[in-house]
Write a protein that binds this ligand. Structure first.
Ligand SMILES: C[S@@+](CC[C@H](N)C(=O)[O-])C[C@H]1O[C@@H](n2cnc3c(N)ncnc32)[C@H](O)[C@@H]1O
Length: 316
């Protein structure tokens, strides 16, 4: 975002999930308005509630909730009637399910951190603080529930946008996205076709496999492998795709965008591998001393070196 000569009017994230990139762009004031889209009604309920009148209700509910296996099951089994209740249920599931996975079939954390089980990732006050922080930038956030692909089609001819595409990874192979997301079916060929006709700048992330590379080649997109680290510090290569990725290569003076931890990935990390968006200052360096700070951007990638990006948790 910082490589644009002028600030884009709109930053658009059609496959929002936890929306950490949109939030970072908003907090860093890197676009005038942020348009965020998500198809899953459970995830959408969280955004609608956080950006709506029930934000304080949601925080009170989180703060006053007495988390036990029984109370959690009660919330999860009960059909949520209102949007705000659905929002609470989604956040609860994200925090207590293994890997934060919301898709059907996911189960509670079993042992978790230091044997704390479902309480391993339940930090009510930190979570509420994060939610309340979003209030500060609320006026520039626009959330729509719907199909990101259709929306992309609608905005194809607009030139004043920066579009970030992080779709579910379900092109081929192991299809990791199918385990993580309830809504994981996507016409990836159509996504590439529409993206190729888009007049605004875009950046896509995908899992690294031959079908994705073939699609990128078909539309003469530029690609760059990046090394991601999962929550469990597992390293995995992903693919950045855009019209031109020169800005993120082998030039000390150029920056790649801040990649931070997920909004809900709030537990303190033993090693400061990644930023979280409230902890930018303290968690600025990874083990190799590379900067991930919001203000600093990421500098110093050498020629032919694989860029190392911290994880964007893609479960909500
Ligand atoms: C890889 S995740 C995005 C993760 C996100 N970058 C984050 O920071 O959490 C993909 C998201 O797209 C959503 N999704 C899937 N198909 C969609 C569609 N057609 N339109 C909009 N959202 C969709 C999924 O529900 C999921 O939340």
């Amino acid at each position: 975002m910082k490589s644009f000569s002028t600030k884009p009017e709109y930053f658009v994230e059609p496959f929002l999930g936890g929306g950490i990139v949109s939030l970072t762009v908003a907090f860093e004031n890197l676009a005038e308005q942020i348009i965020m889209m998500e198809i899953d009604p459970n995830v959408a309920a969280v955004w609608e509630t956080i950006l709506g009148k029930d934000i304080d209700w949601l925080c009170d509910r989180i703060l006053s909730f007495n988390l036990t296996t029984e109370t959690a099951k009660e919330v999860i089994m009960k059909p949520a009637i209102t949007t705000k209740e659905l929002a609470f249920r989604t956040i609860l599931k994200n925090r207590i399910n293994h890997g934060g996975i919301l898709a059907d079939g996911s189960s509670f954390i079993n042992k978790g951190e230091k044997g704390k089980g479902i309480k391993s990732r339940w930090y009510p006050s930190t979570l509420c603080q994060r939610i309340q922080d979003i209030k500060l930038i609320k006026n520039i956030l626009i959330f729509k529930q719907g199909n990101g692909l259709n929306y992309l089609n609608e905005i194809m001819s607009q030139k004043n946008m920066a579009i970030f595409l992080d779709p579910p990874y379900t092109v081929c192979g192991k299809k990791p996205g199918s385990r993580l997301y309830k809504y994981n079916e996507l016409d990836h060929k159509l996504l590439f076709e529409i993206t190729a006709q888009t007049k605004s700048a875009f950046l896509m992330t995908y899992d690294n496999n031959i079908e994705v590379s073939d699609l990128a080649n078909k539309y003469k997109f530029d690609t760059e492998l990046v090394l991601m680290k999962s929550t469990h510090h597992r390293e995995i290569y992903e693919l950045l795709i855009s019209k031109n990725l020169d800005w993120c290569r082998n030039n000390d003076s150029q920056e790649i965008p801040l990649i931070t931890e997920d909004l809900y990935q709030i537990e303190p990390l033993e090693k400061p591998l990644f930023c979280n968006f409230n902890g930018v200052e303290e968690l600025r360096h990874n083990e190799a001393g590379r900067s991930f700070g919001a203000e600093a951007g990421m500098k110093g990638a050498n020629k032919n070196e694989v860029l190392q990006l911290p994880q964007i948790l893609s479960t909500l």
